[in-house]
Design a protein around this ligand. Structure first.
Ligand code: ZN
Ligand code: ZN
Length: 769
């Protein structure tokens, strides 16, 4: 029996750029083993030899003690003949072969780096680009693989002797940290005016002074430019809105730390973990008003005397606030200098993609920002902030981008052939699937303008190169007019697979949960292309990954004026109520065109039929006087949720009817009940609460009926309407009480941002049969 052993170990997963090789190096040294480790295109390769017990302990510790930012997917061990290595070394990377290694997401500045940042004796004291193996930019600076400095936008900065020494010292925290740098050799911060002229003085102190004076400052972040104003300054916030042409969509706020954030919003343990985690998303939280905790929550131990005000223009008409904490050293320094929270919103005009290239930022944001806090480290991939809403013990991802992309989602089954899925139109993402991995792209935006479409097409090419994927199947929505569909169909030499919009939603929820189905899928959203020539959006499907059957839907109503009815929710009130309930405020407010809308609805002229749940919410929002005209997607429904009284337990009833085809849920019953209550003088908050409960009850009742006919006991909830936390909560509660197993989204958004994952899952499942 031999007591000496040699093994070749291959580690796959997120193992590059996360300190894996130094970890292996120190582990081998500690155990007195010889050999070498290097990065290759598939991950990390290790040759290790020595005493049998040591090698066995090495293999155990390799997975048990792996670095915090790593995510091991697979370890392959092959025994071999000892090669007589002397000591253990880290060899150079091997760039040959097919690229399949993973790139980590960008990561918030770690505690060790923050300590150095604040230490006057440290050579990186107050250096805005401090980072190490455990933190810093990753995906946004990577040009290609293997993940080594020459393949990042840090290639332009030659390391000074001190940085090089740390970089090459396996005992150092910056050993092979690709973006490592210091004030002597790294990127430099500058403050510029809108013409690009450098302003003198300390950039951070000057930027803070400008913000204090009510100015708008563009700040270059990890994935693009933001626009900042102090959060308490109403004039500045209103000016920013005007210049950005963003009328009402809420701005996000960055607080210096958790303590400052607690002055603005209610933060429970789930929320605190999200805010301080390494991904640092924007977290939507119930906001505090005048220092008083929100109704129903326990008072914190010490309520601070002065709660900094958030200006009304920051998040008008919203009970929640999007909060995030600093994720770069630059943010930490700026927030510390200011000592108060700032608005930090995407650097763009209206719905354009966020600016990320310096010249383009100066051009596009020159009319908005009074100054630019910028630097000379290029951003390679435009990446917005992620947005998450915490629920008790769970989360809903609303926008998946920085901090999450491009980390792959594990699939239950390997895909037979590589798939590209092109998503839909709004909140666009694409998805590339190969093996057991699905790479859902970062949020790209609404594919309505040229810039976004270019971002989309270039993003697909970048991901294909980065992950070595050549799609053989291209999946797309059935809507022929979507730019994503057109892009998919322009790709030649591949098999095209059209996936119905709501089937893709339910498939996304199945893939998100690693569940094969079949389930009763409830897909509630704005609008999607149906197979019968109408617009769907309130659908009950029997679905698995390969197919679906439409078993029920909301009753169809006309959309008077077509697209105008999406922008003007009052038209949906007219379509639902027709001539009932004369004398309503909503009819008076829109008197000029009310009769015209009724006429269109009655005759069907320019009034496509829809079963959309989004339009049902619109109808009630306008009925209650909350919103007649919207300025961003989903606004009326979002504000209706904000107005609903969460303590209300009453629920409007809705009939579920059937003739021979699918079940039909009479959404009109809910609108008429709401109109009756309104006429009787009931408070709109109570009405909104009863409406939400009524929708949840109608969903549950329909699912119970479908369980009888199908035997299915699991329900998957998807579609943009389930971004509504109140509706989601009430629906889940009722379904569970009725004995259902409920699947909801976790890793990808329920909105169209998750759709590409569903399309990829459907295309792969059909390919496998
Ligand atoms: Zn660090
Ligand atoms: Zn240096």
């Amino acid at each position: 029996m031999t007591t000496f052993k040699r093994v070749d170990v291959h580690v796959e997963g997120i193992v590059q750029g996360v300190g894996f090789r130094p970890f292996v190096y120190s582990l081998a040294n500690r155990l007195g083993l010889a050999g070498r480790v290097h990065n290759d295109v598939n991950g990390v390769h290790i040759e290790v030899e020595g005493a049998l017990a040591g090698v066995e302990e090495f293999l155990t510790a390799l997975e048990r003690d792996a670095p915090a930012l790593s995510a091991i997917e697979r370890v392959t061990v092959v025994s071999g003949e000892p090669a007589g290595h002397r000591g253990f070394t880290i060899a150079t990377s091997d760039p040959a072969g097919t690229r399949r290694a993973l790139v980590p997401a960008d990561t918030a500045t770690c505690d060790d780096c923050l300590r150095e940042l604040a230490d006057p004796a440290d050579r990186r004291h107050r250096y805005p680009f401090i980072n190490c193996t455990n933190c810093g930019p990753r995906f946004t600076i990577v040009r290609g693989l293997p993940y080594d400095r020459p393949m990042t936008t840090m290639a332009a900065f030659g390391m000074c002797d001190d940085c090089a020494r740390e970089y090459h010292d396996p005992g150092d925290r910056r050993y092979h940290a690709q973006p490592t740098c210091c004030p002597a050799c790294g990127p430099r911060l500058r403050l510029r005016d809108p013409r690009g002229t450098e302003l003198c003085g300390d950039p951070i102190a000057c930027a803070a002074a400008l913000l204090r004076a009510g100015r708008v400052v563009a700040v270059k972040g990890l994935g693009g430019y933001h626009l900042a104003v102090t959060a308490s300054d109403e004039r500045a916030a209103a000016a920013l809105r005007g210049r950005k042409h963003r009328e009402e969509k809420p701005f996000a706020v960055m607080a210096a730390d958790l303590a400052q954030a607690r002055l603005l919003a209610e933060i429970d343990d789930t929320a605190a973990a999200l805010l301080t985690g390494r991904a640092r998303p924007i977290v939507l939280l119930p906001r505090r008003r005048d220092g008083a905790p929100a109704a129903g929550s326990a008072a914190p131990a010490a309520v601070p005397a002065a709660v900094p005000a958030v200006a009304p223009s920051v998040a008008p008409g919203n009970r929640s606030l999007g909060l995030m904490l600093p994720y770069t050293a630059l943010h930490h320094l700026l927030l510390a200098e200011l000592a108060e929270p700032i608005v930090l919103t995407s650097g763009n005009v209206s719905d354009e993609p966020i600016a990320y290239e310096d010249d383009d930022a100066l051009t596009r944001l020159g009319g908005i920002a009074d100054a630019f806090l910028t630097h000379d480290r290029a951003i390679h991939q435009r990446t917005d902030d992620s947005v998450i809403r915490p629920l008790p013990g769970a989360i809903t991802m609303l926008r998946r981008a920085r901090g999450y992309a491009p980390e792959p989602l594990a699939l239950r089954r390997p895909v037979p052939r590589p798939v590209l899925a092109c998503g839909a139109e709004l909140k666009s993402t694409f998805c590339l699937a190969q093996g057991r991995r699905a790479f859902v792209s970062q949020h790209i935006g609404d594919l309505e303008n040229h810039d976004t479409l270019r971002s989309f097409a270039e993003g697909i090419d970048h991901y294909c190169r980065l992950f070595g994927i050549r799609p053989e199947i291209v999946a797309h929505d059935l809507h022929p007019g979507y730019l994503s569909t057109r892009h998919a169909l322009e790709i030649t030499g591949v098999e095209h697979v059209g996936v119905q919009h709501h089937h893709a939603h339910i498939a996304a929820c199945l893939a998100d949960n690693g569940d094969p189905g079949p389930v009763i899928g409830v897909a509630f959203d704005g609008l999607g292309h149906g197979t019968d020539g109408t617009l769907w959006g309130g659908e009950f499907l029997r679905a698995d990954l390969t197919g679906y059957e439409r078993l029920g839907h909301l009753a169809q109503v006309p959309m008077p004026g077509g697209a105008a009815a999406v922008r003007q929710p009052w038209r949906m009130t007219a379509a639902y109520l027709r001539d009932d309930h004369p004398g309503l405020d909503v009819a008076r407010r829109n008197a000029e065109r009310w009769a015209d809308a009724l006429h269109l609805a009655a005759t069907g002229l320019d009034s496509p039929l829809t079963s959309s749940a989004g339009r049902l919410f619109d109808a009630v929002a306008a009925l209650l006087g909350i919103r007649d005209k919207i300025t961003y997607d989903g606004q009326a429904a979002i504000e209706l949720e904000q107005r609903a009284d969460p303590a209300e337990t009453g629920a409007y009833p809705a009939a579920v009817t059937t003739t021979s085809g699918p079940l039909v849920v009479e959404g009109g019953d809910l609108v008429r009940a709401a109109a009756d209550d309104l006429a009787a003088g009931t408070d709109p908050g109570v009405i909104a609460g009863r409406f939400h409960n009524g929708v949840a009850a109608a969903i549950t009742r329909t699912c119970v009926d479908l369980r009888k006919s199908t035997g299915l006991t699991a329900v998957a909830l998807s579609g943009g309407v389930f971004q509504n936390a109140l509706l989601l909560d009430r629906t889940v509660q009722r379904l569970r009480a009725a004995g259902f197993r409920v699947l909801k989204h976790v890793r990808v958004p329920p909105n169209d941002g998750g759709l590409s994952l569903g399309q990829a899952a459907v295309a792969a499942a059909r390919d496998a049969t």
